[in-house]
Design a protein around this ligand. Structure first.
Ligand SMILES: Cc1ncc(COP(=O)(O)O)c(C=O)c1O
Length: 417
C-alpha cells in the first residue's frame, strides 16, 4: 500500500482556501488494530515506518514518484489526497511518516534544506514584531538567516548561551518572544543545553522550544519526549548519512502547529524533491547502526587527541570534564560523532592540520559515513566572523566517520605532525 494522505488545512488569517494536505496514516484503517510499527523499537521504526509495500507490485522500498501532478478521480476528487507535488508527493510522504515515527511527533515535514525548514518554521510561528532567542554559538547559517533575512522581515533575536538556563530566561521578552531556539550539542563548540529545563523556561513565557537535533540525530536524542515543541533537522547530515543529498525537516508535537506548518510548507514551497526524499529515507534505515559506529570511532579519536601534546583542548560531551557532560548523559543515549579541538600554535597550525589530513577529507558538512575535517573560523562559521558568535581561530572540527578507527587515529597523528 502506498502512503495514504489526509489531513485538514490550517486556515491562517485571511486565508479562505481549504485544501487537503498529505499525511501518512500509521494505522490499518480496515481494522481497529494499531499498527505494531508504531510501538516497535527504534531500529524497526527506522526501517518500516511511513511506508508499506506497494499494493500493485509489492515493492518493499517506496518508488521515487517523479511526477509533478496526479490524475484525479473527478473534479475535486483527489486520489488519496494527492493533487500536485508541491502540496504532497508519495515518496516525500513516506519520509515524513518515517521521521515523525523516529522523533515521536504527530507529523513531520521534509524540505529542500535545513535552512528552508528553519525559515518555514519561523514564517509559521512568528510575525513581524516578534522575537526569538538563539544560541550564542548557533550554526553560522542559522545565525545568518535570523540576522540578515528574518530581521529584515521584522523578527528580532537575542543570543544567549544554551548551557546557561538563567541567561536564556533573561533573554526572553515576555509577550514578544515566540521561539526559544536550541541546538544541542551546538555547532561547532559542542555546548549542551538542558532540553527539559529550557522547555519549562520557554513554556513559562508562552514561547515554543525548538530543538535543532541535527548533531545528535533522533537515535541519540529525543527532544519532543523531553518537552520540546518542534525538532529541526538538516537531514543533509546524519539522517541522510552519505553526503549525497541536501535536505531539511521539521517534526512537531502538536496537531494545531502541524496544520500551520503544513499550510506554510505548501504556501512557501521549499519542499524536498522525490529523489532527495528517497535518499534521506534510505539513509534513515541504517541510522542506528551508523550512529553506534560514529560514537565508537569518536571515542577512539578523543582518547588519542586528549593525550597529544599538540592539542590544547578537546571538546566532546562524553568527556567528564566537559561542562555539559551530566546533562548530555541524562538526555543523550551516547555522545555523538562530532569532536572539536583546539591546537597549540594558533590559527596557522589549525589550518595546517586541516590541510595535511588525508583520510579525514577537508570539507564542510558532517554526519556522513566518511570522516571530515574543517576549520570553522574560515569555513562553516565564516559568516559569524566579527560578531559575538565568532569561533576561536585555533579550533578544528571533526565529523568522525565510520572507517577503521586505527586509520583515523593514524591520520590525525600524521596531520598533527
Ligand atoms: C546544526 C545545523 N543546523 C542547520 C543546518 C542547515 O542545514 P542545511 O545546510 O541542510 O540547510 C546545518 C548545516 O550545516 C547545521 O549544521
Amino acid at each position: 500500500m502506498a502512503p495514504v494522505c489526509r489531513g485538514p488545512a490550517w486556515e491562517g488569517p485571511g486565508e479562505p482556501e481549504r485544501r487537503q494536505y498529505a499525511r501518512p496514516v500509521t494505522q490499518d484503517e480496515s481494522t481497529d488494530r494499531p499498527d505494531p510499527i508504531e510501538t516497535a523499537g527504534f531500529e524497526t521504526r527506522a526501517i518500516h515506518a511511513g511506508y508499506e509495500p506497494d499494493a500493485a507490485t509489492g515493492a518493499v522500498i517506496p518508488p521515487i514518484y517523479a511526477t509533478s501532478t496526479y490524475r484525479q478521480d473527478g473534479v475535486g476528487g483527489l486520489r488519496g489526497g494527492y493533487e500536485y507535488s508541491r502540496s504532497a508527493n508519495p515518496t516525500r510522504t513516506a519520509l515524513e511518516g518515517n521521521l515523525a515515527a523516529l522523533e515521536g511527533g504527530v507529523r513531520a515535514f521534509a524540505f529542500a534544506s535545513g535552512l528552508a525548514a528553519e525559515d518555514t518554521l519561523v514564517r509559521s510561528t512568528c510575525a513581524p514584531g516578534d522575537h526569538v532567542v538563539l544560541p550564542d554559538d548557533a550554526y553560522g547559517g542559522t545565525y545568518r538567516l535570523f540576522a540578515q533575512v528574518e530581521q529584515a522581515w521584522g523578527v528580532e533575536h537575542t543570543s544567549a548561551p544554551v548551557a546557561d538556563v538563567d541567561r536564556v530566561r533573561a533573554a526572553i521578552r515576555p509577550g514578544q518572544t515566540k521561539l526559544v531556539w536550541l541546538e544541542t550539542p551546538t555547532n561547532p563548540l559542542l555546548n549542551v543545553g538542558d532540553i527539559e529545563a529550557l522547555a519549562a523556561v520557554a513554556h513559562e513565557a508562552g514561547a515554543l522550544l525548538v530543538v535543532d537535533n541535527t548533531f545528535a540525530s533522533p537515535y541519540l536524542q529525543q527532544p519532543l519526549a523531553l518537552g520540546a515543541d518542534v525538532v529541526v533537522h538538516s537531514t543533509t547530515k546524519y539522517a541522510g548519512g552519505h553526503s549525497d543529498v541536501v535536505g531539511g525537516a521539521l517534526v512537531v508535537r502538536d496537531a494545531e502547529l502541524a496544520d500551520r506548518v503544513a499550510f506554510h510548507q505548501n504556501a512557501i514551497g521549499a519542499v524536498a524533491g522525490p529523489f532527495d526524499a528517497w535518499l534521506v529515507l534510505r539513509g534513515l534505515k541504517t541510522l542506528a547502526v551508523r550512529m553506534e559506529r560514529h560514537c565508537d570511532n569518536a571515542e577512539r579519536v578523543v582518547e588519542f587527541l586528549t593525550s597529544h601534546a599538540g592539542v590544547e583542548q578537546v571538546i566532546y560531551p562524553g568527556l567528564a570534564e566537559h561542562p555539559g557532560h551530566a546533562v548530555a548523559s541524562r538526555q543523550m543515549r551516547r555522545y555523538g560523532g562530532m569532536v572539536s579541538f583546539r591546537v597549540t600554535g594558533g590559527e596557522e597550525r589549525a589550518l595546517a592540520v586541516c590541510e595535511r589530513a588525508r583520510v579525514f577529507t577537508l570539507g564542510e558538512s558532517l554526519g556522513g559515513v566518511e570522516s571530515l575535517i574543517e576549520h570553522p573560523g574560515r569555513m562553516t562559521h565564516a559568516s559569524v566572523a566579527g560578531t559575538d558568535l565568532e569561533v576561536p581561530s585555533d579550533l578544528v572540527r571533526l565529523s568522525v566517520g565510520i572507517e577503521t578507527a586505527d586509520d583515523l587515529v593514524a591520520d590525525l597523528d600524521r596531520a598533527l605532525g
